[in-house]
Design a protein around this ligand. Sequence first.
Ligand SMILES: C[S@@+](CC[C@H](N)C(=O)[O-])C[C@H]1O[C@@H](n2cnc3c(N)ncnc32)[C@H](O)[C@@H]1O
Length: 275
Amino acid sequence: MTGPLPAGSDQTTAEDEDFLRFVGLIRSSTRIDLSQYKEAQMRRRLTTLRHKHGYATFEAYWKALSGSGALMDEFLDRMTINVSEFWRNPSRWDVLASRFLPELLAESPRLRCWSAACSTGEEPYTLAVLLNEAGALSRSQIDATDLDRTVLAKAAQGTYPARSVKDVPKKMLDSYFEGSGDRDSYAIRKDIREKISFRQHNLLDDAFGGPYDLIICRNVMIYFTEEAKSGLYRRFAEALRPGGILFVGSTEQIFSPGDYGLESADTFFYRRSYA
Ligand SMILES: C[S@@+](CC[C@H](N)C(=O)[O-])C[C@H]1O[C@@H](n2cnc3c(N)ncnc32)[C@H](O)[C@@H]1O
């Protein structure tokens, strides 16, 4: 966090201190460091949540939170935004399928992929479908991770309401999803689901595996401070093999990729430099 003070103020208010103490308590009890998320957004979201339960201060909210698994689950669920979509920004997935997957598959006999901050699974399932279409799913590994265990449980289940699959190309919907009788619930095919290994992982605290051929990390960096982002770009680059690809979200351009050992490969795609 750049600082708890409102712009133009040089005084820490009692409210700032209350929030800062809360940040410290959350960090020591959960290893989630809220200070690495953009402060204004995070504080607003958590203040709304606290008010919903009628707590006047973060101290009072913390006392309730630390004694209630349900409140803690709700806090973990609300502190981040979990929205995801299949084929989110379709033109970028087209570039992945037509250009980068063939390139990566030509270079690696076994493709290692990581969908980081995968939320409810739409992103790794989109990747799995594209790899299957390329005839390469059986020689691919897809790790999919998120901080939030609730979304991971949904992801592993692989069942989605009709509104979630509305952007899935019709041909893919017919081939890869099984609809329930009333067609309001669609389940991703079992063989696709079983190819993905979902697990909990905190990008800001846990070790990165690798080396990966492809890392997809989209629509989570926007929530982090500039400092946190820099650290993550460096760690993503280190987790890629030379020539490996980092695929980011469509508002998440990296301004000086060379600082991290990355080079721009296409819009919202970065390649780990060979040098
Ligand atoms: C908006 S969703 C993005 C989902 C997907 N990548 C997409 O672009 O559609 C952001 C996800 O980031 C996860 N997240 C937030 N902080 C995280 C952290 N420190 N480590 C791992 N995941 C995190 C949230 O739980 C949430 O599921």
